[in-house]
Design a protein around this ligand. Structure first.
Ligand code: MN
Ligand code: MN
Length: 296
């Protein structure tokens, strides 16, 4: 636990999230959106803990722009911008949803309200199941549904999902919050027509190194070294690699690393009935009387 670095990362993350919230992204490509948000993180002295997620509409999470991704944000879209900042591996994970379509604005409002309600009850000893219950109750007051199979998580140095889950609805099995750990809380909300859970999609554009073993392919080994040196075991995007490697060669090497289980690919997560999803997220460290919300 390094409170100073957690606090620094949180301050940068919250400043950049507010820029993301207030900027008019309509007409911009997903590539421009992700690259702009990431450059705001770096210009403040932070490092990206993972590629900025720019997930549209029914995609709940885990979409980041492809190299030169041409997809343009329209005035009918709902976008979730999820960003991570780290200082020496200590991570701030935060997200904002922006609905340019007035009809989906209620989803954003409910996600924000659920996050606020959850932040109101967290302190040392709070049971994770209580957080889930609070989120679910708040979302249901809007006649909407939480996404049951997405959850918040404990954080450790250089590890975003450190093993413990903070549920978005009441669930069996629980742990108590500790002042020695940082956590992310992230309610996801969908419409009453949604199934309230996500399924993995075909698209995979976020990756992470899981092993340092060598392959017989020199290009693949060179790429694995580059990933280790630049991103450690944190998630990365292809567009972070194509700044230093030829795209065609990088794609082939990445395939080789995935095939050899040296790199893991994370699929996008889609609402199971194709309904729109909104998300809000904060990182916090419990105290005896409440919590230090690092990304407030
Ligand atoms: Mn996040
Ligand atoms: Mn998170």
């Amino acid at each position: 636990m390094n409170l100073d670095d957690y606090t620094k990362a949180g301050k940068i993350a919250s400043e950049v999230r507010e820029i993301a919230r207030n900027k008019d992204w309509v007409g911009k490509t997903l590539y421009e959106i992700c690259e702009t948000v990431e450059s705001e993180i770096k210009s403040r002295g932070g490092s990206c803990a993972f590629p900025v997620n720019a997930s549209l509409n029914e995609i709940a999470a885990h979409y980041t722009a492809e190299p030169n991704d041409p997809k343009i944000l329209s005035s009918a879209d709902l976008i979730k911008i999820d960003l991570g900042v780290h200082i020496n591996g200590y991570i701030a994970d935060t997200a904002v949803s922006v609905s340019y379509d007035p009809e989906s604005a209620i989803l954003v409002e409910a996600a924000e309200a659920a996050l606020k309600a959850a932040m109101g009850i967290v302190k040392q000893g709070t049971k994770s199941s209580e957080i889930g219950k609070t989120i679910q109750k708040t979302v249901m007051q809007y006649n909407l549904k939480p996404i049951g199979n997405l959850s918040g998580h404990s954080l450790e140095q250089f590890t975003i999902h450190a093993g413990k889950s903070i549920p978005n609805m009441w669930s069996i099995g629980s742990f108590s919050l500790s002042t020695k750990e940082a956590y992310a809380c992230e309610p996801f909300v969908t419409t009453s027509k949604g199934l309230g859970f996500v399924r993995e999609g075909k698209t995979k554009n976020i990756f992470g190194l899981v092993s340092r073993k060598k392959t017989k392919n020199d290009n693949a080994n060179r790429l694995a070294d580059f990933i280790w040196e630049n991103f450690n075991t944190l998630p990365f995007a292809l567009r972070w690699i194509t700044k230093s490697f030829d795209e065609k060669e990088a794609r082939a090497s990445l395939e080789e690393l995935i095939k050899n289980k040296i790199v893991r690919a994370y699929p996008v997560l889609n609402e199971a009935a194709g309904q729109r999803v909104a998300q809000a997220e904060h990182t916090f460290i419990p105290t005896e009387s409440g919590a230090l919300v690092t990304t407030l």
